[in-house]
Design a protein. Structure first.
Length: 291
């Protein structure tokens, strides 16, 4: 469209060279001379009333000068304020037209971005189907990929690389054959950090080891601390928690001595079962020692 340039037709040189005439020099000379004593005067308690009157007079002088300044400024600024209002009205018309175009441009740019994002999402889905429970598109997506200046191939390569990194991490965890694999995989799905996942497995292993040691210690203490008693022989009871292997040695026939047997066994059971076993041996006068 033909363009018309906005111009100021007033001779600005005349405005720039216009001066507001005043009796500035005369007033300055008078004030300097008349007020010089007040600049160094000392106010004493008995002269405070006169000092207040003097201060009021000086305030009136200053107010009179300032009133003149404000009045002249208002008159002087009136042409500029009218000019400024006209400029804003014109730029407003331009802004309305620009906003209409800008809105459509942004809508089309957003559509292009969404199409680009969808292509990248499709690429991600096609390459991560087997590990989709451990990584999402949001985990790898970078908003800068949608910039028009960012190469889509670079974004695609980044997606594939990140997927492969996660897959290698999962393979590494599974290759450890750890009994805590599920917990390690869960941690990896959250952090995608192999070191953290391995540390989680070690943490659980340490907890399990401490628990086993505690149970073994309790069982040993139960066997050692069970008091001996002359209680009557208790009927034998089957205990599913106790397993034993019997070895029958060859015994020479030497009547009338009683036949002696040696039984070596390994017992697995609870602390309560160990206590019952010891009571049984004591009741039957069996000698035993803990290996």
């Amino acid at each position: 469209m033909p363009q018309i340039e906005f111009q100021v037709t007033t001779d600005l040189a005349t405005v720039a060279n216009t001066q507001i005439e005043t009796n500035f020099e005369a007033v300055k000379e008078w004030l300097t001379e008349e007020l010089a004593p007040y600049a160094t005067m000392v106010v004493t308690p008995d002269a405070i009333a006169d000092a207040k009157k003097t201060r009021a007079s000086l305030n009136k002088v200053a107010d009179g000068i300032d009133s003149q300044r404000k009045a002249i400024k208002k008159i002087w600024m009136k042409p500029y304020e009218e000019y400024e209002a006209k400029c804003k009205e014109l730029t407003g018309i331009v802004s309305d037209a620009k906003s209409n175009i800008d809105g459509q441009i942004k809508a089309m740019e957003n559509e292009v971005k969404e199409e680009k994002k969808q292509r990248l999402r499709d690429l991600f889905d096609s390459n991560s189907a087997d590990i989709s429970s451990f990584i999402s598109f949001e985990d790898v997506f970078d908003p800068k990929w949608l910039n028009a200046t960012f190469n889509e191939i670079d974004a695609a390569n980044s997606i594939v690389s990140q997927i492969e990194d996660v897959r290698e991490g999962l393979d590494a965890i599974r290759g450890m054959n750890s009994p805590y694999e599920a917990a390690m995989l869960s941690e990896y799905g959250k952090s995608h950090n192999l070191s953290k996942s391995i540390a989680e497995g070690k943490r659980l292993e340490a907890i399990q080891k401490a628990e086993e040691e505690r149970k073994a210690r309790e069982a040993e203490e139960a066997f050692d601390e069970e008091p001996e008693t002359d209680a009557p022989e208790a009927p034998a009871q089957e205990n599913p928690h106790i397993t034993a292997t019997f070895i029958r040695p060859v015994v020479a026939e030497e009547p009338p001595k009683p036949k002696l047997y040696t039984l070596r066994f390994e017992v697995t059971g609870t602390a309560e079962a160990f206590g019952a076993l010891k009571r049984c041996m004591v009741a039957n006068n069996l000698e035993y020692k803990k290996l």
